[in-house]
Design a protein around this ligand. Structure first.
Ligand SMILES: Cc1cc2nc3c(=O)[nH]c(=O)nc-3n(C[C@H](O)[C@H](O)[C@H](O)COP(=O)(O)OP(=O)(O)OC[C@H]3O[C@@H](n4cnc5c(N)ncnc54)[C@H](O)[C@@H]3O)c2cc1C
Length: 391
Protein backbone atom coordinates (compact mmCIF):
# COMPACT_ATOMS: atom_id res chain seq x y z
CA UNK A 1 0.00 0.00 0.00
CA UNK A 2 1.24 3.49 -0.77
CA UNK A 3 0.33 6.77 0.92
CA UNK A 4 1.06 10.22 -0.39
CA UNK A 5 1.02 12.69 2.51
CA UNK A 6 0.61 16.39 1.77
CA UNK A 7 2.25 18.40 4.59
CA UNK A 8 5.35 17.47 6.63
CA UNK A 9 4.23 19.09 9.90
CA UNK A 10 3.57 17.28 13.19
CA UNK A 11 0.65 15.23 11.83
CA UNK A 12 2.32 14.38 8.52
CA UNK A 13 5.63 13.11 9.90
CA UNK A 14 3.93 11.22 12.76
CA UNK A 15 1.71 9.47 10.23
CA UNK A 16 4.71 8.68 7.99
CA UNK A 17 6.61 7.29 10.98
CA UNK A 18 3.80 4.85 11.84
CA UNK A 19 2.81 3.89 8.29
CA UNK A 20 6.31 2.95 7.24
CA UNK A 21 6.65 0.78 10.32
CA UNK A 22 3.58 -1.25 9.32
CA UNK A 23 4.99 -1.78 5.82
CA UNK A 24 3.42 1.03 3.79
CA UNK A 25 5.35 2.88 1.13
CA UNK A 26 5.18 6.57 2.05
CA UNK A 27 6.05 9.83 0.32
CA UNK A 28 5.56 13.38 1.62
CA UNK A 29 5.21 16.67 -0.22
CA UNK A 30 5.69 19.92 1.68
CA UNK A 31 4.93 23.43 0.50
CA UNK A 32 7.72 25.09 2.52
CA UNK A 33 11.07 25.35 0.76
CA UNK A 34 12.87 23.49 3.56
CA UNK A 35 12.28 21.95 6.99
CA UNK A 36 10.38 24.46 9.18
CA UNK A 37 12.49 25.03 12.28
CA UNK A 38 11.88 27.04 15.44
CA UNK A 39 8.42 28.52 15.53
CA UNK A 40 6.65 28.98 18.81
CA UNK A 41 6.62 27.29 22.20
CA UNK A 42 4.03 24.59 22.76
CA UNK A 43 3.00 22.69 25.86
CA UNK A 44 3.11 19.04 25.00
CA UNK A 45 1.18 16.55 27.10
CA UNK A 46 -1.76 14.16 27.07
CA UNK A 47 -2.46 11.83 24.13
CA UNK A 48 0.37 13.14 21.94
CA UNK A 49 2.85 12.49 24.69
CA UNK A 50 1.54 8.94 25.01
CA UNK A 51 2.09 8.46 21.29
CA UNK A 52 5.60 9.95 21.60
CA UNK A 53 6.33 7.49 24.41
CA UNK A 54 5.24 4.57 22.22
CA UNK A 55 7.53 5.92 19.47
CA UNK A 56 10.49 6.01 21.87
CA UNK A 57 10.87 9.78 21.43
CA UNK A 58 10.78 10.82 25.07
CA UNK A 59 14.57 10.86 25.73
CA UNK A 60 15.05 13.18 22.75
CA UNK A 61 12.12 15.41 23.78
CA UNK A 62 13.38 15.65 27.36
CA UNK A 63 16.72 16.86 25.93
CA UNK A 64 15.12 19.74 24.00
CA UNK A 65 12.46 20.75 26.51
CA UNK A 66 12.49 24.23 28.03
CA UNK A 67 11.44 24.06 31.68
CA UNK A 68 9.11 26.91 32.68
CA UNK A 69 9.23 27.38 36.42
CA UNK A 70 7.32 30.65 36.70
CA UNK A 71 4.52 32.47 34.92
CA UNK A 72 4.85 36.21 35.45
CA UNK A 73 2.52 39.02 34.38
CA UNK A 74 4.22 42.39 33.94
CA UNK A 75 3.17 45.98 33.29
CA UNK A 76 4.51 48.40 30.66
CA UNK A 77 7.56 49.04 32.87
CA UNK A 78 8.34 45.33 33.14
CA UNK A 79 7.26 45.32 36.81
CA UNK A 80 5.65 42.12 38.07
CA UNK A 81 1.88 42.56 38.62
CA UNK A 82 1.08 38.94 39.45
CA UNK A 83 2.34 35.48 38.70
CA UNK A 84 2.79 31.96 39.82
CA UNK A 85 5.73 29.73 40.59
CA UNK A 86 4.76 26.47 38.96
CA UNK A 87 4.55 23.62 41.41
CA UNK A 88 6.90 20.71 40.93
CA UNK A 89 5.13 17.62 39.67
CA UNK A 90 4.12 19.32 36.44
CA UNK A 91 6.89 17.49 34.64
CA UNK A 92 4.30 15.70 32.56
CA UNK A 93 3.88 18.97 30.61
CA UNK A 94 6.85 19.47 28.27
CA UNK A 95 7.43 22.98 26.93
CA UNK A 96 9.03 22.63 23.51
CA UNK A 97 9.58 24.58 20.33
CA UNK A 98 7.20 23.26 17.70
CA UNK A 99 10.16 22.84 15.34
CA UNK A 100 12.03 20.69 17.89
CA UNK A 101 9.08 18.32 18.16
CA UNK A 102 8.81 18.07 14.36
CA UNK A 103 12.58 17.50 14.10
CA UNK A 104 12.56 14.73 16.72
CA UNK A 105 9.86 12.84 14.79
CA UNK A 106 11.32 13.55 11.31
CA UNK A 107 14.75 12.29 12.38
CA UNK A 108 13.33 8.77 12.33
CA UNK A 109 11.27 9.02 9.15
CA UNK A 110 12.88 7.40 6.12
CA UNK A 111 10.17 8.38 3.60
CA UNK A 112 11.29 10.98 1.02
CA UNK A 113 10.04 14.55 1.52
CA UNK A 114 9.77 16.76 -1.56
CA UNK A 115 9.96 20.39 -0.41
CA UNK A 116 8.56 23.38 -2.26
CA UNK A 117 5.74 21.22 -3.65
CA UNK A 118 2.04 20.74 -3.07
CA UNK A 119 -0.95 18.89 -4.49
CA UNK A 120 -2.35 20.53 -7.61
CA UNK A 121 -5.30 18.17 -8.16
CA UNK A 122 -6.28 14.52 -7.91
CA UNK A 123 -8.61 11.92 -9.44
CA UNK A 124 -9.99 8.99 -7.54
CA UNK A 125 -10.76 5.66 -9.20
CA UNK A 126 -11.72 2.17 -8.01
CA UNK A 127 -8.22 1.04 -7.05
CA UNK A 128 -6.28 4.19 -6.37
CA UNK A 129 -5.86 7.92 -6.50
CA UNK A 130 -3.83 9.77 -9.16
CA UNK A 131 -2.29 12.97 -7.84
CA UNK A 132 -0.80 15.82 -9.83
CA UNK A 133 1.76 17.90 -7.98
CA UNK A 134 2.57 21.57 -8.40
CA UNK A 135 6.04 20.67 -9.76
CA UNK A 136 4.36 19.12 -12.80
CA UNK A 137 4.95 15.48 -11.80
CA UNK A 138 2.28 12.88 -10.89
CA UNK A 139 1.98 10.13 -8.30
CA UNK A 140 -0.22 7.06 -7.95
CA UNK A 141 -1.22 6.10 -4.40
CA UNK A 142 -3.73 3.99 -2.50
CA UNK A 143 -4.37 6.82 -0.04
CA UNK A 144 -3.94 10.60 -0.27
CA UNK A 145 -3.59 12.27 3.14
CA UNK A 146 -4.14 15.97 3.77
CA UNK A 147 -1.84 16.78 6.70
CA UNK A 148 -1.44 20.32 5.46
CA UNK A 149 -2.73 22.33 8.40
CA UNK A 150 -5.74 24.53 9.09
CA UNK A 151 -5.66 26.03 5.58
CA UNK A 152 -5.49 22.60 3.95
CA UNK A 153 -5.25 22.45 0.16
CA UNK A 154 -6.28 18.76 0.09
CA UNK A 155 -9.37 19.64 2.13
CA UNK A 156 -10.29 22.34 -0.34
CA UNK A 157 -9.87 19.95 -3.28
CA UNK A 158 -11.85 17.14 -1.63
CA UNK A 159 -14.57 19.06 0.20
CA UNK A 160 -14.69 22.51 -1.39
CA UNK A 161 -14.57 25.65 0.67
CA UNK A 162 -14.74 24.69 4.38
CA UNK A 163 -14.35 27.95 6.28
CA UNK A 164 -12.54 27.43 9.62
CA UNK A 165 -14.27 28.99 12.64
CA UNK A 166 -12.51 32.32 13.27
CA UNK A 167 -12.07 32.96 17.01
CA UNK A 168 -11.70 36.74 16.63
CA UNK A 169 -7.94 36.91 17.27
CA UNK A 170 -4.72 37.24 15.28
CA UNK A 171 -1.61 35.42 16.53
CA UNK A 172 2.06 35.96 15.72
CA UNK A 173 5.35 34.48 16.92
CA UNK A 174 9.05 34.74 16.20
CA UNK A 175 12.40 34.13 17.84
CA UNK A 176 15.07 36.76 18.31
CA UNK A 177 18.72 36.47 19.32
CA UNK A 178 19.61 39.00 22.07
CA UNK A 179 21.80 38.11 25.05
CA UNK A 180 20.78 41.13 27.16
CA UNK A 181 17.02 40.66 26.76
CA UNK A 182 17.36 36.89 27.22
CA UNK A 183 19.08 37.46 30.57
CA UNK A 184 16.33 39.93 31.55
CA UNK A 185 13.47 37.55 30.68
CA UNK A 186 15.05 34.28 31.84
CA UNK A 187 13.25 30.96 31.94
CA UNK A 188 10.11 32.61 33.30
CA UNK A 189 7.18 32.90 30.92
CA UNK A 190 6.59 36.67 31.10
CA UNK A 191 3.45 38.26 29.70
CA UNK A 192 2.01 41.70 29.28
CA UNK A 193 -1.79 41.63 29.03
CA UNK A 194 -3.98 44.63 28.34
CA UNK A 195 -7.60 44.49 27.21
CA UNK A 196 -7.62 42.68 23.86
CA UNK A 197 -3.85 42.06 23.63
CA UNK A 198 -1.28 39.69 25.08
CA UNK A 199 2.47 39.59 24.45
CA UNK A 200 4.63 36.85 25.94
CA UNK A 201 8.38 36.20 26.11
CA UNK A 202 10.54 33.30 27.23
CA UNK A 203 14.35 32.90 27.02
CA UNK A 204 15.41 29.68 25.31
CA UNK A 205 18.77 29.54 27.07
CA UNK A 206 21.00 30.14 24.03
CA UNK A 207 20.55 33.94 23.79
CA UNK A 208 17.30 33.42 21.86
CA UNK A 209 13.94 34.75 22.98
CA UNK A 210 10.69 33.12 21.95
CA UNK A 211 8.00 35.78 21.48
CA UNK A 212 4.25 35.37 21.14
CA UNK A 213 1.65 38.03 20.31
CA UNK A 214 -2.11 37.69 20.50
CA UNK A 215 -4.51 40.47 19.52
CA UNK A 216 -8.29 40.62 19.45
CA UNK A 217 -9.41 41.75 16.01
CA UNK A 218 -12.76 40.91 14.43
CA UNK A 219 -11.29 41.36 10.93
CA UNK A 220 -10.53 37.92 9.40
CA UNK A 221 -8.24 39.44 6.75
CA UNK A 222 -4.50 38.90 7.14
CA UNK A 223 -2.47 42.14 7.00
CA UNK A 224 -0.32 42.72 3.91
CA UNK A 225 2.68 43.50 6.11
CA UNK A 226 2.41 41.36 9.29
CA UNK A 227 5.51 42.87 10.93
CA UNK A 228 4.11 46.39 10.47
CA UNK A 229 0.74 45.24 11.87
CA UNK A 230 2.52 43.91 14.98
CA UNK A 231 4.39 47.18 15.43
CA UNK A 232 1.11 49.11 15.16
CA UNK A 233 -0.66 46.83 17.65
CA UNK A 234 2.13 46.41 20.23
CA UNK A 235 4.97 48.85 19.55
CA UNK A 236 3.65 51.59 21.89
CA UNK A 237 2.98 49.35 24.86
CA UNK A 238 6.33 49.61 26.62
CA UNK A 239 8.22 46.74 28.33
CA UNK A 240 10.58 45.02 25.83
CA UNK A 241 8.12 45.43 22.98
CA UNK A 242 9.49 48.49 21.09
CA UNK A 243 12.95 46.91 21.23
CA UNK A 244 11.98 43.46 19.95
CA UNK A 245 9.48 44.73 17.38
CA UNK A 246 12.10 47.04 15.85
CA UNK A 247 13.86 43.80 14.85
CA UNK A 248 10.75 41.79 13.92
CA UNK A 249 11.47 39.65 10.83
CA UNK A 250 9.02 39.16 7.97
CA UNK A 251 7.49 35.77 7.03
CA UNK A 252 8.47 32.93 7.03
CA UNK A 253 10.61 33.66 10.14
CA UNK A 254 7.60 35.57 11.48
CA UNK A 255 4.61 33.29 12.00
CA UNK A 256 1.37 35.25 11.61
CA UNK A 257 -2.13 33.80 11.30
CA UNK A 258 -5.74 33.98 12.41
CA UNK A 259 -6.76 31.90 15.42
CA UNK A 260 -9.19 29.30 14.06
CA UNK A 261 -10.76 25.95 14.74
CA UNK A 262 -11.69 23.44 12.03
CA UNK A 263 -14.98 21.57 12.42
CA UNK A 264 -16.10 19.13 9.74
CA UNK A 265 -18.87 16.58 9.26
CA UNK A 266 -16.61 14.20 7.38
CA UNK A 267 -12.83 13.80 7.56
CA UNK A 268 -12.52 11.45 4.58
CA UNK A 269 -13.86 11.02 1.07
CA UNK A 270 -13.11 7.82 -0.82
CA UNK A 271 -9.32 7.42 -0.78
CA UNK A 272 -8.65 10.86 0.64
CA UNK A 273 -8.37 11.48 4.39
CA UNK A 274 -7.45 14.48 6.53
CA UNK A 275 -5.35 14.39 9.70
CA UNK A 276 -4.20 17.01 12.23
CA UNK A 277 -5.21 20.66 11.99
CA UNK A 278 -6.60 20.07 8.47
CA UNK A 279 -9.73 18.45 9.99
CA UNK A 280 -9.47 19.00 13.77
CA UNK A 281 -7.64 22.26 14.55
CA UNK A 282 -8.40 23.14 18.16
CA UNK A 283 -6.50 26.52 18.23
CA UNK A 284 -3.82 27.81 20.59
CA UNK A 285 -6.56 28.61 23.13
CA UNK A 286 -7.01 24.87 23.65
CA UNK A 287 -3.23 24.42 23.51
CA UNK A 288 -3.23 20.79 22.46
CA UNK A 289 -3.21 20.87 18.67
CA UNK A 290 0.18 19.20 18.24
CA UNK A 291 -0.70 16.57 20.79
CA UNK A 292 -4.02 15.90 19.05
CA UNK A 293 -2.35 15.83 15.63
CA UNK A 294 -0.06 13.02 16.83
CA UNK A 295 -2.98 11.20 18.43
CA UNK A 296 -4.99 11.45 15.19
CA UNK A 297 -2.11 10.07 13.12
CA UNK A 298 -1.70 7.17 15.53
CA UNK A 299 -5.43 6.32 15.59
CA UNK A 300 -5.59 6.46 11.78
CA UNK A 301 -2.79 3.87 11.45
CA UNK A 302 -4.34 1.77 14.22
CA UNK A 303 -7.54 1.57 12.19
CA UNK A 304 -5.81 1.06 8.83
CA UNK A 305 -4.08 -1.99 10.26
CA UNK A 306 -7.13 -3.40 12.06
CA UNK A 307 -8.38 -5.29 8.98
CA UNK A 308 -11.47 -4.64 6.90
CA UNK A 309 -11.91 -2.23 4.03
CA UNK A 310 -10.54 1.28 3.63
CA UNK A 311 -13.83 3.23 4.01
CA UNK A 312 -14.56 1.33 7.24
CA UNK A 313 -11.11 2.12 8.66
CA UNK A 314 -11.39 5.81 7.78
CA UNK A 315 -14.86 5.99 9.32
CA UNK A 316 -13.72 4.36 12.57
CA UNK A 317 -10.74 6.75 12.74
CA UNK A 318 -13.07 9.74 12.64
CA UNK A 319 -15.49 8.13 15.12
CA UNK A 320 -12.69 7.59 17.64
CA UNK A 321 -11.20 11.06 17.33
CA UNK A 322 -14.09 13.44 16.75
CA UNK A 323 -15.82 13.41 20.18
CA UNK A 324 -12.60 14.20 22.06
CA UNK A 325 -11.68 16.90 19.56
CA UNK A 326 -15.09 18.57 20.00
CA UNK A 327 -14.52 18.50 23.76
CA UNK A 328 -11.08 20.14 23.48
CA UNK A 329 -12.37 22.73 20.98
CA UNK A 330 -15.15 23.64 23.38
CA UNK A 331 -12.76 24.08 26.31
CA UNK A 332 -10.51 26.20 24.07
CA UNK A 333 -13.36 28.58 23.27
CA UNK A 334 -14.17 28.92 26.95
CA UNK A 335 -10.52 29.76 27.68
CA UNK A 336 -10.35 32.75 25.28
CA UNK A 337 -11.60 35.22 27.87
CA UNK A 338 -8.80 34.24 30.29
CA UNK A 339 -5.85 33.95 27.93
CA UNK A 340 -6.70 37.19 26.13
CA UNK A 341 -8.91 39.14 28.56
CA UNK A 342 -10.97 41.79 26.79
CA UNK A 343 -11.78 43.80 29.95
CA UNK A 344 -9.75 45.21 32.83
CA UNK A 345 -12.00 43.46 35.38
CA UNK A 346 -11.04 40.06 33.96
CA UNK A 347 -7.37 40.93 34.33
CA UNK A 348 -8.06 41.94 37.94
CA UNK A 349 -9.91 38.66 38.60
CA UNK A 350 -7.05 36.70 37.06
CA UNK A 351 -4.53 38.51 39.28
CA UNK A 352 -6.68 37.74 42.32
CA UNK A 353 -6.83 34.07 41.33
CA UNK A 354 -3.06 34.05 41.00
CA UNK A 355 -2.68 35.45 44.50
CA UNK A 356 -5.01 32.73 45.81
CA UNK A 357 -3.09 30.14 43.82
CA UNK A 358 0.04 31.11 45.74
CA UNK A 359 -1.56 29.58 48.83
CA UNK A 360 -0.09 26.17 49.69
CA UNK A 361 -1.45 23.37 47.50
CA UNK A 362 -3.50 25.63 45.25
CA UNK A 363 -0.95 25.92 42.44
CA UNK A 364 -1.74 22.69 40.69
CA UNK A 365 -5.47 23.41 40.79
CA UNK A 366 -4.85 26.78 39.22
CA UNK A 367 -2.68 25.38 36.44
CA UNK A 368 -5.38 22.82 35.69
CA UNK A 369 -7.97 25.59 35.50
CA UNK A 370 -5.70 27.39 33.02
CA UNK A 371 -5.95 24.33 30.78
CA UNK A 372 -9.34 22.77 31.40
CA UNK A 373 -9.19 20.24 28.57
CA UNK A 374 -5.67 19.31 29.54
CA UNK A 375 -6.63 18.31 33.04
CA UNK A 376 -9.21 15.87 31.77
CA UNK A 377 -6.81 14.44 29.23
CA UNK A 378 -4.02 13.91 31.70
CA UNK A 379 -6.33 12.22 34.16
CA UNK A 380 -7.64 9.93 31.42
CA UNK A 381 -11.30 10.82 31.10
CA UNK A 382 -11.14 11.86 27.48
CA UNK A 383 -12.30 10.02 24.38
CA UNK A 384 -9.00 10.83 22.70
CA UNK A 385 -6.91 9.53 25.55
CA UNK A 386 -8.95 6.35 25.51
CA UNK A 387 -8.03 6.02 21.85
CA UNK A 388 -4.29 5.97 22.49
CA UNK A 389 -4.31 4.18 25.83
CA UNK A 390 -1.26 2.00 26.43
CA UNK A 391 -2.03 -1.66 25.77
C1 LIG B 1 0.99 30.18 18.79
C2 LIG B 1 0.57 28.75 18.86
C3 LIG B 1 0.68 28.07 20.05
C4 LIG B 1 0.33 26.71 20.12
N1 LIG B 1 0.46 26.07 21.30
C5 LIG B 1 0.24 24.74 21.34
C6 LIG B 1 0.46 24.02 22.57
O1 LIG B 1 0.78 24.60 23.61
N2 LIG B 1 0.28 22.66 22.55
C7 LIG B 1 -0.08 21.98 21.42
O2 LIG B 1 -0.17 20.74 21.45
N3 LIG B 1 -0.35 22.65 20.26
C8 LIG B 1 -0.20 24.00 20.20
N4 LIG B 1 -0.43 24.69 19.04
C9 LIG B 1 -1.06 23.99 17.90
C10 LIG B 1 -0.10 23.16 17.07
O3 LIG B 1 1.05 23.88 16.67
C11 LIG B 1 -0.84 22.66 15.83
O4 LIG B 1 -2.09 22.15 16.19
C12 LIG B 1 -0.03 21.56 15.17
O5 LIG B 1 1.18 22.09 14.66
C13 LIG B 1 -0.83 20.92 14.05
O6 LIG B 1 -0.02 20.04 13.33
P1 LIG B 1 -0.34 19.76 11.79
O7 LIG B 1 0.77 18.90 11.32
O8 LIG B 1 -1.74 19.30 11.64
O9 LIG B 1 -0.30 21.20 11.11
P2 LIG B 1 0.93 22.15 10.89
O10 LIG B 1 1.86 22.10 12.02
O11 LIG B 1 0.34 23.46 10.50
O12 LIG B 1 1.69 21.52 9.65
C14 LIG B 1 1.14 21.55 8.37
C15 LIG B 1 2.27 21.38 7.37
O13 LIG B 1 1.73 21.39 6.05
C16 LIG B 1 2.44 22.30 5.25
N5 LIG B 1 1.51 22.80 4.25
C17 LIG B 1 0.55 23.75 4.40
N6 LIG B 1 -0.12 23.91 3.25
C18 LIG B 1 0.43 23.04 2.36
C19 LIG B 1 0.16 22.73 1.02
N7 LIG B 1 -0.82 23.35 0.32
N8 LIG B 1 0.92 21.79 0.41
C20 LIG B 1 1.91 21.14 1.09
N9 LIG B 1 2.19 21.40 2.38
C21 LIG B 1 1.48 22.33 3.00
C22 LIG B 1 2.93 23.37 6.21
O14 LIG B 1 4.04 24.06 5.67
C23 LIG B 1 3.29 22.53 7.42
O15 LIG B 1 4.59 22.01 7.36
C24 LIG B 1 -0.15 26.05 18.96
C25 LIG B 1 -0.29 26.75 17.77
C26 LIG B 1 0.06 28.09 17.71
C27 LIG B 1 -0.09 28.84 16.40
Amino acid sequence: MKALICGAGIAGVTLAWHLERVGWEVELVERAAAFRDGGYMIDFYGPGQQVARRMGLMPRLLDVRHPVREIRYVDRHGRRTSGLTLPSGLDDVLSLLRGDLARAISAEVRAPITYGTSVESFDQHADGVSVRLTDGTSRAADLLVGADGARSRVRELAFGDVAPRFLGHHVAAFTLRDARLSAQIGTRYQMLTEPGVMAGAYALGDDRLSLLFLRRDPDPALPEDPAAALRRGFGERGWILPDVLARCPGPPELYYDLVTQVEMERWHEGRVVLVGDACQAVSLFAGQGASMAMAGAWVLVDELTAGGDLPGALGRYQERMAPGIAEVQDSGRRFIAWMAPSHRWRIAVRDLMLRLAALPGAGRLFVNSLSPGGHRLISGRSHVLESVRED
